[in-house]
Design a protein around this ligand. Structure first.
Ligand code: ZN
Ligand code: ZN
Length: 431
Protein backbone atom coordinates (compact mmCIF):
# COMPACT_ATOMS: atom_id res chain seq x y z
CA UNK A 1 0.00 0.00 0.00
CA UNK A 2 2.67 2.63 0.85
CA UNK A 3 4.38 1.80 -2.46
CA UNK A 4 1.13 2.26 -4.38
CA UNK A 5 0.54 5.55 -2.58
CA UNK A 6 4.02 6.70 -3.64
CA UNK A 7 3.31 5.80 -7.25
CA UNK A 8 -0.03 7.62 -7.18
CA UNK A 9 1.58 10.65 -5.54
CA UNK A 10 3.91 10.85 -8.55
CA UNK A 11 0.89 11.71 -10.71
CA UNK A 12 0.53 15.06 -8.99
CA UNK A 13 -3.24 14.70 -8.72
CA UNK A 14 -3.94 13.56 -12.31
CA UNK A 15 -7.22 11.63 -12.22
CA UNK A 16 -7.10 10.08 -15.72
CA UNK A 17 -3.53 8.84 -16.14
CA UNK A 18 -2.40 6.85 -19.14
CA UNK A 19 -1.42 3.28 -18.24
CA UNK A 20 1.59 1.79 -20.00
CA UNK A 21 2.97 -1.74 -20.22
CA UNK A 22 6.68 -2.21 -20.83
CA UNK A 23 10.13 -1.65 -19.48
CA UNK A 24 12.95 0.85 -19.30
CA UNK A 25 16.64 0.06 -18.73
CA UNK A 26 19.38 2.55 -18.03
CA UNK A 27 22.99 1.53 -18.77
CA UNK A 28 26.26 3.09 -17.72
CA UNK A 29 28.28 4.31 -20.71
CA UNK A 30 32.05 4.86 -20.69
CA UNK A 31 32.33 8.35 -22.17
CA UNK A 32 35.91 7.72 -23.40
CA UNK A 33 35.39 4.43 -25.21
CA UNK A 34 31.66 4.61 -25.77
CA UNK A 35 31.28 1.10 -24.38
CA UNK A 36 28.07 0.10 -22.68
CA UNK A 37 28.59 -1.08 -19.12
CA UNK A 38 26.45 -2.08 -16.16
CA UNK A 39 22.72 -1.81 -15.80
CA UNK A 40 22.14 1.18 -13.52
CA UNK A 41 18.43 1.02 -13.35
CA UNK A 42 15.75 -1.32 -14.56
CA UNK A 43 12.05 -0.72 -14.43
CA UNK A 44 9.40 -3.21 -15.43
CA UNK A 45 5.75 -2.15 -15.38
CA UNK A 46 4.64 -5.53 -14.00
CA UNK A 47 6.73 -4.92 -10.87
CA UNK A 48 5.11 -1.52 -10.22
CA UNK A 49 2.48 -1.34 -7.44
CA UNK A 50 -0.29 -0.38 -9.90
CA UNK A 51 0.82 -3.08 -12.35
CA UNK A 52 1.43 -0.40 -15.00
CA UNK A 53 3.51 2.68 -15.46
CA UNK A 54 1.16 5.61 -14.86
CA UNK A 55 1.71 8.80 -16.86
CA UNK A 56 -0.14 12.09 -16.44
CA UNK A 57 -2.93 12.63 -19.00
CA UNK A 58 -1.84 16.26 -19.62
CA UNK A 59 -5.40 17.23 -20.52
CA UNK A 60 -5.78 20.98 -20.76
CA UNK A 61 -9.41 21.11 -19.66
CA UNK A 62 -10.34 21.81 -16.07
CA UNK A 63 -13.49 19.71 -16.44
CA UNK A 64 -11.47 16.69 -17.62
CA UNK A 65 -8.49 16.75 -15.26
CA UNK A 66 -8.15 19.57 -12.77
CA UNK A 67 -4.54 18.79 -11.86
CA UNK A 68 -3.22 18.55 -15.42
CA UNK A 69 -5.18 21.63 -16.50
CA UNK A 70 -3.53 23.48 -13.61
CA UNK A 71 -0.07 22.56 -14.92
CA UNK A 72 -1.14 23.75 -18.37
CA UNK A 73 -2.47 27.01 -16.91
CA UNK A 74 0.81 27.67 -15.12
CA UNK A 75 2.86 26.90 -18.22
CA UNK A 76 0.69 29.26 -20.24
CA UNK A 77 1.12 31.89 -17.53
CA UNK A 78 4.92 31.56 -17.78
CA UNK A 79 4.78 31.59 -21.56
CA UNK A 80 2.76 34.82 -21.63
CA UNK A 81 4.80 36.38 -18.83
CA UNK A 82 8.15 35.66 -20.47
CA UNK A 83 6.88 37.40 -23.62
CA UNK A 84 5.94 40.42 -21.51
CA UNK A 85 8.89 40.84 -19.20
CA UNK A 86 11.53 38.38 -20.35
CA UNK A 87 12.88 35.24 -18.73
CA UNK A 88 12.92 31.59 -19.89
CA UNK A 89 15.34 32.54 -22.67
CA UNK A 90 13.52 35.74 -23.65
CA UNK A 91 15.49 38.99 -23.09
CA UNK A 92 14.17 41.36 -20.42
CA UNK A 93 14.21 44.22 -22.88
CA UNK A 94 10.83 43.03 -24.30
CA UNK A 95 9.25 44.81 -21.33
CA UNK A 96 10.20 48.11 -22.99
CA UNK A 97 8.70 47.17 -26.38
CA UNK A 98 5.26 48.52 -27.33
CA UNK A 99 2.63 45.98 -26.24
CA UNK A 100 -1.12 45.90 -26.08
CA UNK A 101 -3.82 43.55 -24.82
CA UNK A 102 -6.68 43.30 -27.31
CA UNK A 103 -10.06 41.54 -27.24
CA UNK A 104 -11.75 40.63 -30.53
CA UNK A 105 -15.41 39.69 -30.63
CA UNK A 106 -17.91 38.21 -33.07
CA UNK A 107 -20.69 40.37 -34.50
CA UNK A 108 -24.23 40.19 -33.14
CA UNK A 109 -26.42 37.26 -34.18
CA UNK A 110 -29.47 38.70 -32.47
CA UNK A 111 -30.20 40.46 -29.15
CA UNK A 112 -29.36 38.49 -25.99
CA UNK A 113 -30.13 38.97 -22.32
CA UNK A 114 -27.40 41.08 -20.73
CA UNK A 115 -26.38 43.35 -17.87
CA UNK A 116 -25.52 46.68 -19.47
CA UNK A 117 -23.13 48.69 -17.32
CA UNK A 118 -23.60 52.42 -16.97
CA UNK A 119 -21.32 55.11 -15.56
CA UNK A 120 -19.35 54.28 -12.39
CA UNK A 121 -20.04 50.57 -12.76
CA UNK A 122 -23.80 50.84 -12.26
CA UNK A 123 -25.87 48.04 -13.78
CA UNK A 124 -28.90 48.81 -15.92
CA UNK A 125 -31.92 46.77 -16.92
CA UNK A 126 -31.81 44.31 -19.81
CA UNK A 127 -34.00 44.96 -22.86
CA UNK A 128 -36.40 42.37 -21.46
CA UNK A 129 -37.01 44.68 -18.49
CA UNK A 130 -35.23 42.52 -15.92
CA UNK A 131 -32.23 43.55 -13.85
CA UNK A 132 -30.33 40.29 -14.34
CA UNK A 133 -28.27 38.87 -11.54
CA UNK A 134 -24.55 38.33 -12.29
CA UNK A 135 -24.95 34.56 -12.53
CA UNK A 136 -28.41 34.44 -14.07
CA UNK A 137 -28.33 31.51 -16.52
CA UNK A 138 -30.46 33.62 -18.89
CA UNK A 139 -27.47 35.90 -19.59
CA UNK A 140 -26.15 35.46 -23.13
CA UNK A 141 -29.24 33.59 -24.30
CA UNK A 142 -31.40 35.14 -27.06
CA UNK A 143 -34.33 37.42 -26.29
CA UNK A 144 -36.09 35.68 -29.16
CA UNK A 145 -34.69 32.22 -29.95
CA UNK A 146 -36.89 32.03 -33.08
CA UNK A 147 -35.09 34.90 -34.77
CA UNK A 148 -31.59 34.32 -33.39
CA UNK A 149 -29.18 33.58 -36.24
CA UNK A 150 -27.88 30.17 -35.09
CA UNK A 151 -26.57 29.30 -38.53
CA UNK A 152 -24.35 32.41 -38.71
CA UNK A 153 -23.24 31.96 -35.08
CA UNK A 154 -22.02 28.40 -35.70
CA UNK A 155 -20.38 29.36 -39.00
CA UNK A 156 -18.61 32.23 -37.27
CA UNK A 157 -17.09 29.85 -34.72
CA UNK A 158 -16.12 27.50 -37.55
CA UNK A 159 -14.26 30.34 -39.31
CA UNK A 160 -12.75 32.01 -36.25
CA UNK A 161 -9.33 30.44 -36.97
CA UNK A 162 -9.13 31.68 -40.58
CA UNK A 163 -10.38 35.10 -39.43
CA UNK A 164 -7.53 35.34 -36.95
CA UNK A 165 -4.94 34.22 -39.51
CA UNK A 166 -6.12 36.81 -41.98
CA UNK A 167 -6.10 39.44 -39.26
CA UNK A 168 -2.46 38.70 -38.39
CA UNK A 169 -1.49 39.16 -42.07
CA UNK A 170 -3.42 42.42 -42.32
CA UNK A 171 -1.97 43.65 -39.05
CA UNK A 172 1.63 43.41 -40.33
CA UNK A 173 0.50 45.25 -43.45
CA UNK A 174 -1.21 47.99 -41.43
CA UNK A 175 1.74 48.48 -39.07
CA UNK A 176 4.02 48.85 -42.12
CA UNK A 177 1.58 51.33 -43.63
CA UNK A 178 1.38 53.40 -40.42
CA UNK A 179 5.20 53.48 -40.37
CA UNK A 180 5.33 54.55 -44.03
CA UNK A 181 7.14 51.38 -45.10
CA UNK A 182 6.53 48.83 -47.83
CA UNK A 183 5.92 45.30 -46.52
CA UNK A 184 9.25 44.15 -47.88
CA UNK A 185 11.14 47.00 -46.16
CA UNK A 186 9.11 46.44 -43.00
CA UNK A 187 10.75 43.08 -42.31
CA UNK A 188 14.13 44.77 -42.06
CA UNK A 189 12.83 47.16 -39.41
CA UNK A 190 10.42 45.34 -37.16
CA UNK A 191 8.45 42.20 -36.26
CA UNK A 192 4.94 41.85 -34.90
CA UNK A 193 4.45 38.93 -32.53
CA UNK A 194 1.47 37.77 -30.52
CA UNK A 195 0.07 35.22 -28.10
CA UNK A 196 -3.66 34.66 -28.11
CA UNK A 197 -6.31 32.62 -26.37
CA UNK A 198 -9.87 31.76 -27.40
CA UNK A 199 -12.67 32.19 -24.88
CA UNK A 200 -16.34 31.32 -25.19
CA UNK A 201 -18.70 34.13 -24.42
CA UNK A 202 -21.96 33.29 -22.66
CA UNK A 203 -23.80 33.51 -25.98
CA UNK A 204 -21.66 30.61 -27.23
CA UNK A 205 -19.43 32.45 -29.69
CA UNK A 206 -15.69 32.43 -29.42
CA UNK A 207 -13.77 35.61 -28.86
CA UNK A 208 -10.04 36.16 -28.77
CA UNK A 209 -7.77 37.82 -26.25
CA UNK A 210 -4.28 38.60 -27.50
CA UNK A 211 -1.04 40.14 -26.38
CA UNK A 212 0.48 41.87 -29.42
CA UNK A 213 4.02 43.28 -29.40
CA UNK A 214 6.33 45.12 -31.80
CA UNK A 215 10.00 44.05 -31.74
CA UNK A 216 13.06 44.90 -33.79
CA UNK A 217 13.90 42.98 -36.99
CA UNK A 218 15.26 39.94 -35.10
CA UNK A 219 12.36 39.66 -32.68
CA UNK A 220 12.61 40.18 -28.92
CA UNK A 221 16.41 40.37 -29.00
CA UNK A 222 16.44 43.60 -30.99
CA UNK A 223 15.04 47.02 -30.07
CA UNK A 224 11.95 48.19 -31.96
CA UNK A 225 12.36 51.21 -34.24
CA UNK A 226 11.59 54.68 -32.83
CA UNK A 227 8.28 54.93 -34.71
CA UNK A 228 6.95 51.80 -32.99
CA UNK A 229 4.59 52.98 -30.26
CA UNK A 230 1.60 51.41 -28.53
CA UNK A 231 -0.57 54.11 -30.18
CA UNK A 232 0.61 53.16 -33.67
CA UNK A 233 0.04 49.49 -32.86
CA UNK A 234 -3.46 50.26 -31.58
CA UNK A 235 -4.37 52.19 -34.77
CA UNK A 236 -3.03 49.35 -36.92
CA UNK A 237 -5.04 46.75 -34.95
CA UNK A 238 -8.22 48.78 -35.39
CA UNK A 239 -7.66 49.18 -39.12
CA UNK A 240 -6.78 45.49 -39.63
CA UNK A 241 -9.77 44.25 -37.59
CA UNK A 242 -12.20 46.39 -39.57
CA UNK A 243 -10.74 45.19 -42.89
CA UNK A 244 -10.81 41.43 -42.26
CA UNK A 245 -13.41 39.46 -44.25
CA UNK A 246 -13.57 35.75 -44.87
CA UNK A 247 -15.88 34.39 -47.59
CA UNK A 248 -17.98 31.68 -46.00
CA UNK A 249 -20.26 29.10 -47.62
CA UNK A 250 -23.48 29.80 -49.51
CA UNK A 251 -26.33 28.05 -47.70
CA UNK A 252 -29.77 27.91 -49.29
CA UNK A 253 -28.96 30.95 -51.39
CA UNK A 254 -27.49 32.92 -48.50
CA UNK A 255 -23.81 33.92 -48.89
CA UNK A 256 -22.11 34.05 -45.49
CA UNK A 257 -19.32 36.59 -45.05
CA UNK A 258 -17.44 36.39 -41.76
CA UNK A 259 -16.11 39.52 -40.06
CA UNK A 260 -15.18 40.59 -36.54
CA UNK A 261 -17.78 42.47 -34.51
CA UNK A 262 -17.51 46.20 -33.93
CA UNK A 263 -16.71 45.64 -30.28
CA UNK A 264 -12.92 45.79 -30.08
CA UNK A 265 -11.01 46.58 -26.92
CA UNK A 266 -7.33 47.51 -27.15
CA UNK A 267 -5.37 48.46 -24.06
CA UNK A 268 -1.71 49.29 -23.60
CA UNK A 269 0.15 46.99 -21.24
CA UNK A 270 2.39 48.82 -18.78
CA UNK A 271 5.42 47.43 -17.07
CA UNK A 272 5.12 46.64 -13.38
CA UNK A 273 7.51 49.59 -12.77
CA UNK A 274 5.10 52.16 -14.15
CA UNK A 275 1.67 50.86 -13.36
CA UNK A 276 1.56 51.47 -9.61
CA UNK A 277 -1.36 49.02 -9.55
CA UNK A 278 -3.51 51.36 -11.62
CA UNK A 279 -2.91 50.38 -15.22
CA UNK A 280 -3.33 47.02 -16.90
CA UNK A 281 -0.32 45.10 -15.61
CA UNK A 282 1.70 42.30 -17.19
CA UNK A 283 0.70 39.99 -14.38
CA UNK A 284 -3.01 40.61 -14.79
CA UNK A 285 -2.81 39.97 -18.53
CA UNK A 286 -0.84 36.73 -18.14
CA UNK A 287 -3.21 35.44 -15.43
CA UNK A 288 -6.23 36.25 -17.58
CA UNK A 289 -4.92 34.48 -20.68
CA UNK A 290 -3.71 31.46 -18.70
CA UNK A 291 -7.12 31.07 -17.08
CA UNK A 292 -8.94 30.84 -20.41
CA UNK A 293 -6.38 28.48 -21.88
CA UNK A 294 -7.84 25.71 -19.70
CA UNK A 295 -11.50 26.20 -20.59
CA UNK A 296 -13.51 24.88 -23.49
CA UNK A 297 -17.05 25.40 -24.67
CA UNK A 298 -18.32 23.95 -21.39
CA UNK A 299 -17.98 27.46 -19.92
CA UNK A 300 -20.81 28.42 -22.27
CA UNK A 301 -22.70 25.14 -22.51
CA UNK A 302 -22.31 24.12 -18.88
CA UNK A 303 -21.65 20.42 -19.28
CA UNK A 304 -20.50 19.09 -22.62
CA UNK A 305 -16.72 18.73 -22.92
CA UNK A 306 -16.33 15.89 -25.42
CA UNK A 307 -17.55 15.02 -28.92
CA UNK A 308 -21.04 13.67 -29.49
CA UNK A 309 -21.52 10.35 -31.26
CA UNK A 310 -25.24 10.70 -31.87
CA UNK A 311 -27.52 13.70 -31.81
CA UNK A 312 -29.82 11.74 -29.49
CA UNK A 313 -27.23 12.15 -26.71
CA UNK A 314 -28.23 15.82 -26.56
CA UNK A 315 -31.50 14.95 -24.87
CA UNK A 316 -29.66 13.43 -21.90
CA UNK A 317 -27.43 16.43 -21.30
CA UNK A 318 -28.08 19.05 -18.69
CA UNK A 319 -27.43 22.08 -20.88
CA UNK A 320 -29.33 25.24 -21.77
CA UNK A 321 -31.80 25.36 -24.67
CA UNK A 322 -29.50 27.90 -26.31
CA UNK A 323 -26.46 25.59 -26.17
CA UNK A 324 -28.65 22.71 -27.38
CA UNK A 325 -29.79 24.76 -30.37
CA UNK A 326 -26.19 25.76 -31.24
CA UNK A 327 -25.10 22.11 -31.10
CA UNK A 328 -28.12 20.96 -33.11
CA UNK A 329 -27.37 23.62 -35.75
CA UNK A 330 -23.73 22.50 -35.99
CA UNK A 331 -24.88 18.89 -36.28
CA UNK A 332 -27.41 19.68 -39.02
CA UNK A 333 -24.95 21.80 -41.04
CA UNK A 334 -22.41 19.02 -40.52
CA UNK A 335 -24.48 16.72 -42.75
CA UNK A 336 -23.85 18.94 -45.80
CA UNK A 337 -21.31 17.70 -48.32
CA UNK A 338 -20.19 21.25 -49.16
CA UNK A 339 -19.34 21.94 -45.48
CA UNK A 340 -17.40 18.70 -44.95
CA UNK A 341 -14.13 20.62 -44.52
CA UNK A 342 -15.55 22.37 -41.43
CA UNK A 343 -16.06 18.98 -39.68
CA UNK A 344 -19.03 20.43 -37.84
CA UNK A 345 -20.25 17.12 -36.38
CA UNK A 346 -16.89 16.30 -34.83
CA UNK A 347 -16.79 19.82 -33.36
CA UNK A 348 -20.48 20.25 -32.52
CA UNK A 349 -19.62 20.03 -28.79
CA UNK A 350 -17.31 23.04 -29.38
CA UNK A 351 -20.20 24.87 -31.08
CA UNK A 352 -18.33 24.66 -34.38
CA UNK A 353 -14.96 26.06 -33.24
CA UNK A 354 -12.11 23.68 -34.06
CA UNK A 355 -9.16 26.01 -33.54
CA UNK A 356 -6.51 25.91 -30.89
CA UNK A 357 -7.22 27.44 -27.54
CA UNK A 358 -3.94 29.23 -27.25
CA UNK A 359 -1.57 30.00 -30.06
CA UNK A 360 1.36 32.31 -30.50
CA UNK A 361 3.66 33.50 -33.20
CA UNK A 362 7.09 31.86 -33.27
CA UNK A 363 8.99 34.80 -31.84
CA UNK A 364 6.62 35.73 -29.03
CA UNK A 365 8.40 33.80 -26.27
CA UNK A 366 9.30 30.29 -25.22
CA UNK A 367 7.08 27.29 -26.06
CA UNK A 368 5.00 24.94 -23.92
CA UNK A 369 7.24 22.13 -25.21
CA UNK A 370 10.36 23.91 -23.98
CA UNK A 371 8.79 24.36 -20.55
CA UNK A 372 7.84 20.66 -20.44
CA UNK A 373 11.36 19.66 -21.53
CA UNK A 374 12.87 21.85 -18.84
CA UNK A 375 10.67 20.17 -16.24
CA UNK A 376 11.61 16.66 -17.47
CA UNK A 377 15.29 17.66 -17.51
CA UNK A 378 15.03 18.91 -13.95
CA UNK A 379 13.46 15.62 -12.83
CA UNK A 380 16.15 13.63 -14.64
CA UNK A 381 18.87 15.76 -13.01
CA UNK A 382 17.31 15.10 -9.61
CA UNK A 383 17.12 11.37 -10.25
CA UNK A 384 20.70 11.37 -11.53
CA UNK A 385 21.86 13.11 -8.38
CA UNK A 386 20.28 10.36 -6.33
CA UNK A 387 22.15 7.63 -8.23
CA UNK A 388 25.32 9.75 -8.55
CA UNK A 389 25.61 9.50 -12.30
CA UNK A 390 25.60 12.29 -14.80
CA UNK A 391 22.77 12.35 -17.32
CA UNK A 392 25.30 12.38 -20.20
CA UNK A 393 26.86 9.04 -19.27
CA UNK A 394 23.81 6.82 -19.47
CA UNK A 395 22.05 4.99 -22.24
CA UNK A 396 18.34 4.39 -21.94
CA UNK A 397 16.46 1.63 -23.74
CA UNK A 398 12.74 1.62 -23.28
CA UNK A 399 9.65 0.08 -24.79
CA UNK A 400 6.13 0.99 -23.77
CA UNK A 401 2.70 0.08 -25.07
CA UNK A 402 -0.64 1.64 -24.23
CA UNK A 403 -2.59 -0.40 -21.70
CA UNK A 404 -5.52 1.86 -20.88
CA UNK A 405 -6.59 5.06 -19.18
CA UNK A 406 -7.67 6.04 -15.71
CA UNK A 407 -7.41 4.66 -12.21
CA UNK A 408 -9.09 1.61 -10.71
CA UNK A 409 -11.73 2.37 -8.06
CA UNK A 410 -9.29 1.41 -5.31
CA UNK A 411 -6.52 3.57 -6.78
CA UNK A 412 -8.88 6.50 -7.18
CA UNK A 413 -9.98 6.12 -3.57
CA UNK A 414 -6.36 6.00 -2.41
CA UNK A 415 -5.39 8.96 -4.60
CA UNK A 416 -8.10 11.01 -2.96
CA UNK A 417 -6.52 10.49 0.43
CA UNK A 418 -3.33 12.15 -0.81
CA UNK A 419 -2.69 15.81 -0.15
CA UNK A 420 -3.31 17.89 -3.23
CA UNK A 421 0.12 18.14 -4.87
CA UNK A 422 -0.58 21.53 -6.34
CA UNK A 423 -0.88 24.43 -3.96
CA UNK A 424 -1.71 27.96 -4.96
CA UNK A 425 1.07 30.28 -5.94
CA UNK A 426 1.13 34.02 -6.38
CA UNK A 427 -0.10 33.77 -9.96
CA UNK A 428 -3.73 33.97 -8.99
CA UNK A 429 -6.34 33.36 -11.65
CA UNK A 430 -8.36 36.25 -10.31
CA UNK A 431 -7.70 39.69 -11.58
ZN1 ZN B 1 -4.42 14.39 -15.81
ZN1 ZN C 1 -33.01 39.98 -20.19
Amino acid sequence: MPALLRQLAGLGGCTHPIRLDGHRTEYDVNTRTGEIGNVLHHLDSSSLPAGHLLVRCNNRRTTRCAACAEVYRRDTFHLITSGLRGGKGVPERVAAHPRVFATFTAPSFGPVHNRPTGPAGSVRRCRCGTLHDQDDPALGTPLDPDTYDYEAAVLWNAHAGPLWRRFSTYLRREVAKCAGLTQRAFREHARVSFAKVAEYQKRGTVHFHAVIRIDGPEGGDTPPPAWATAELLTDAIRAATAAVRVEGPVIDGRAHVLTFGRQLDVRTIRSADFDGGQELSERAVAAYIAKYATKGAETATGALDRPLKFLAELAQLDISDHARQLIRTAWTLGARKDLEHLRLRAWAHMLGFRGHFSTKSRRYSTTLGALRDARAEWRRAQAAEATETGPDTTLVLAHWVYAGTGLTDAEAWLAETLEPALGTEGESTHG
